[in-house]
Design a protein around this ligand. Structure first.
Ligand SMILES: Nc1ncnc2c1ncn2[C@@H]1O[C@H](COP(=O)(O)OP(=O)(O)OP(=O)(O)O)[C@@H](O)[C@H]1O
Ligand SMILES: [Mg+2]
Length: 138
């Protein structure tokens, strides 16, 4: 279960040598959210409302300036195990010099899987999303 309590984030807080409360850009304020295990959660809102900031905080990529996030009761203070994230800008999340299969297989290195196992798992995932053909061509 994902639980978010009183989450706030301000970019650039305290920058420029001033301690004013108006510093920086307030991206999130007092976010409260509970997402039970197994539920699909969609966050929608206008551009700039803080969706990416919220996801970065949940993913442990940004340390929020206030509040608390827990995943199955464990505070998120780094990138949680088993987390997957697809960034909005694919040019930053894919390596153009790697094949489709090798891009998908890359994170599995962290889990200590051997080359053959990584390739088998990547092929299975690509098949699931209808991209098996792309992997064969790459
Ligand atoms: N790295 C940053 N430094 C300073 N301000 C930022 C940074 N990233 C985002 N912001 C600001 O924080 C606010 C929330 O931005 P965020 O990117 O989280 O919104 P978003 O809902 O994901 O927008 P979009 O729909 O355009 O992706 C905006 O005012 C944005 O300008
Ligand atoms: Mg965004």
């Amino acid at each position: 279960m994902l639980r978010i309590e009183g989450l706030g984030h301000r970019y650039g807080a305290g920058a420029g040598g001033s301690a004013s409360a108006d510093d920086g850009t307030e991206a999130l304020r007092d976010i409260e959210l509970t997402d039970p295990k197994g539920q699909l959660l969609t966050i929608v809102g206008p551009s700039g409302c803080g969706k990416s900031t919220l996801l970065r905080c949940v993913a442990g990529l940004v340390r929020s300036t206030s509040g608390r996030i827990t995943l199955d009761g464990v505070p998120v203070d780094g990138v949680p195990e088993r987390l997957g994230i697809v960034f909005q800008d694919y040019s930053r999340s894919l390596f153009p010099w790697l094949s489709v299969r090798d891009n998908v297989a890359l994170p599995l290195r962290r889990h200590g899987l051997g080359r053959a196992e990584r390739h088998t798992a990547a092929a299975r995932m690509l098949e699931q999303v209808g991209l098996a053909g792309a992997a064969r061509r790459a």
